[in-house]
Design a protein around this ligand. Structure first.
Ligand code: SAM
Length: 321
């Protein structure tokens, strides 16, 4: 089975658990608690987390990709502290409720696609391999990229290419895509994108931006991040932490803004008495952006654009308290 190399793994587990011993190579039992890996993938981060958690701890793995869930359930068969559930991280509250859990000590999210998703031609994520134009993380639901292209207006395709792919030639490429419909394979899409780019465009043969943009639209990725961050924070105990790794400036901007909002004290009317904690921020920023070391990037080029941000909950909101 193709594997995925976890990015910023030691940094994530250290900062998620708040346990300095992890950095010192702690093997087991350093920390107890209930943790969520909201993007299980092939469980790279979960495996490291399980190494440092004690016997009474639990890890809830979530992934929207049925193949990742099957890999996780195979691991869970021999690891009683792990349960892996199929779902979207924006549904994290419902997943926890289904397991009878209200609050957790930590949630980690490692955004984007996994290496097995990218490397398997039949998933249709990569312009490097010919395959069906699918791009769904969850192959059990929703339109494929081919169906999304069939249904979207030219304006919508141009908006997606411009906003999610930062594609300078968005309008030209959108018009070419609409003229070429139906597009059924990754190779067909690569050819349409290449042909639509003006002669002499730097990186002319690079369909990366268009593929990334369409993938983000098909999987509604930015709305998922917004929903996932809110759901994760709502279920954190005071002292609990949220660790998020992003790979793209649009993803990172959402994480940064969410963390900033949570860590800003509420604006209260002046001169009125403030009860209890009401004037304090609900969270503090533990880390505003850890990036991979040169050694990790040399070893795993995917780590190049990774950025880890970590938030700690300080108190429950008025409604939850
Ligand atoms: C970068 S990989 C995670 C890799 C994992 N940390 C590991 O070490 O193996 C991202 C994973 O998150 C999943 N994913 C992305 N968006 C999701 C969402 N909204 N809800 C649940 N899973 C999601 C993808 O299917 C993919 O398996």
């Amino acid at each position: 089975m193709p594997s995925h190399r976890p990015v910023l793994c030691e940094e994530t587990v250290t900062l998620l658990t708040g346990c300095a011993d992890v950095a010192l190579g702690a093997k087991s039992g350093a920390v107890e608690g209930v943790y969520v890996d909201a993007t299980f993938g092939r469980g790279g981060h979960t495996r490291r987390l399980l190494e440092v958690l004690g016997r009474d701890s639990r890890v809830i793995g979530i992934d929207r990709d049925p193949v990742a869930v099957a890999a996780g359930q195979a691991l869970a068969a021999s690891e009683p502290r792990l349960v892996v559930v199929h779902g979207r991280f924006s549904e994290l509250g419902a997943v926890l409720a289904g397991l009878g859990i209200e609050f957790v000590q930590g949630v980690m999210m490692d955004l984007g696609v996994s290496s097995p998703q990218l490397d398997e031609a039949e998933r249709g994520f990569s312009f490097r391999f010919d395959g069906p134009l699918d791009m769904r993380m969850d192959t059990s639901a929703g339109p494929t990229a081919a169906e999304w292209i069939d249904a979207a207006s030219e304006q919508e395709i141009a908006r997606v290419l411009r906003e999610y792919g930062e594609e300078r030639h968005a309008r030209r490429i959108a018009a070419a895509i609409v003229a070429a419909r139906p597009i059924r394979t990754t190779r067909e899409l690569v050819e349409v994108v290449r042909a639509a780019q003006p002669r002499g465009t730097p990186g002319k043969h690079d369909a990366t931006r268009a593929f990334q943009a369409i993938r983000m639209a098909v999987n509604d990725e930015l709305a998922e991040i917004t929903g996932g961050l809110a759901a994760a924070f709502a279920h954190l105990l005071p002292g609990g932490r949220l660790a998020v790794i992003s790979f793209h400036s649009l993803e990172d901007r959402l994480v940064k803004q969410f963390f900033r909002t949570c860590s800003t004290p509420p604006a209260l009317p002046r001169r009125l008495p403030v009860r209890g904690d009401a004037g304090r921020a609900e969270a503090r920023i533990v880390s505003a952006g850890v990036t991979a070391s040169a050694a990790e990037i040399a070893d795993n080029p995917r780590a190049r654009s990774a950025r880890l941000r970590v938030l700690e909950r300080l108190r429950l909101s008025e409604q939850a308290a």
